[in-house]
Design a protein around this ligand. Structure first.
Ligand SMILES: [Zn+2]
Length: 255
């Protein structure tokens, strides 16, 4: 499967959170998923491999992340949040910092309800807007009763300290595999940008098994965080951004 992914995707240059001016389309999968979730390369003969590559390309053409080429097509979507605060559970998973969220919070996208499960971080951002990469991206992962996902994405820019991150950042465990649990509450509604207009498209999870049918919502307005805060996430996670995937026949929409 690892080779098969090489066969039909487009890579991008890997930088360290700096602004880039163009999207490199050199095929190179070496920095796709930089942790121990990579599937083993199957030993099959060349013809089988070729056929499998073709099959993979034909069936997996709605992957994430993507470069968001703006403007998107104007579309009338509805998105509402029914979030309540959660007690704090912060996990250092080695490849990401993840916070579990108590049951009872949901988002409604176009009349479909998705329960909030967890949120986690990528350094640098996985999505780019007009080729611009941001130093960090947060993914708020929601799941509907039919098991499909809605992921809300927040992009970060390095500016002033983020008070929401400040509420738990000192509780991120130093050791991979450890978690911190506290009774103190965290409130994700304090995390959102003031301007909640967004881009949206249909994509996939950005970690194995790369499940498609994921509704992505990326807020246009980045949120700010300080360099010191960024450094803590970078030190804990390392580089954990999947490479860009081709847009293919999908349309970017904006609201
Ligand atoms: Zn993610």
């Amino acid at each position: 499967m690892w080779l098969l992914l090489n066969g039909c995707s487009i890579d991008s240059s890997e930088d360290s959170g700096q602004r880039v001016t163009s999207v490199d389309t050199t095929p190179n999968d070496s920095m796709d998923i930089p942790y121990n979730a990579q599937p083993k390369v199957p030993k099959i003969d060349n013809m089988k491999l070729h056929n499998s590559e073709v099959a993979y390309c034909l069936t997996h053409h709605r992957q994430s992340p993507i470069n968001l080429n703006t403007p998107g097509k104007k579309a009338a979507h509805t998105l509402t949040f029914n979030y309540v605060s959660s007690h704090e559970v912060v996990k250092n998973l080695g490849h990401t910092v993840e916070l579990e969220y108590d049951k009872g919070s949901s988002a409604v996208f176009d009349d479909k309800t998705y329960q909030l499960i967890q949120f986690h971080f990528h350094t640098p951002s996985e999505h780019r807007i007009d080729a611009e990469r941001y130093p960090m991206e947060a993914h708020l992962v929601h799941q509907a009763a039919d098991s499909t996902f809605l992921v809300i994405s927040l992009l970060f820019e390095e500016k002033k300290e983020n008070t929401f991150l400040k509420s738990f950042i000192n509780d991120i465990p130093k050791t991979a595999g450890d978690s911190t649990e506290k009774s103190q509450e965290i409130d994700l509604t304090k995390f959102f940008p003031s301007d909640q207009r967004f881009y949206t498209y249909s994509g996939s999870l950005t970690t194995p098994p790369y499940t498609e049918g994921v509704r992505w919502v990326i807020f246009k307005q980045p949120v700010s965080c300080s360099k010191a805060q960024l450094d803590i996430f970078k030190k804990t996670e390392g580089f954990n951004a999947r490479k860009l995937q081709p847009m293919n026949l999908r349309k970017l929409e904006e609201f």
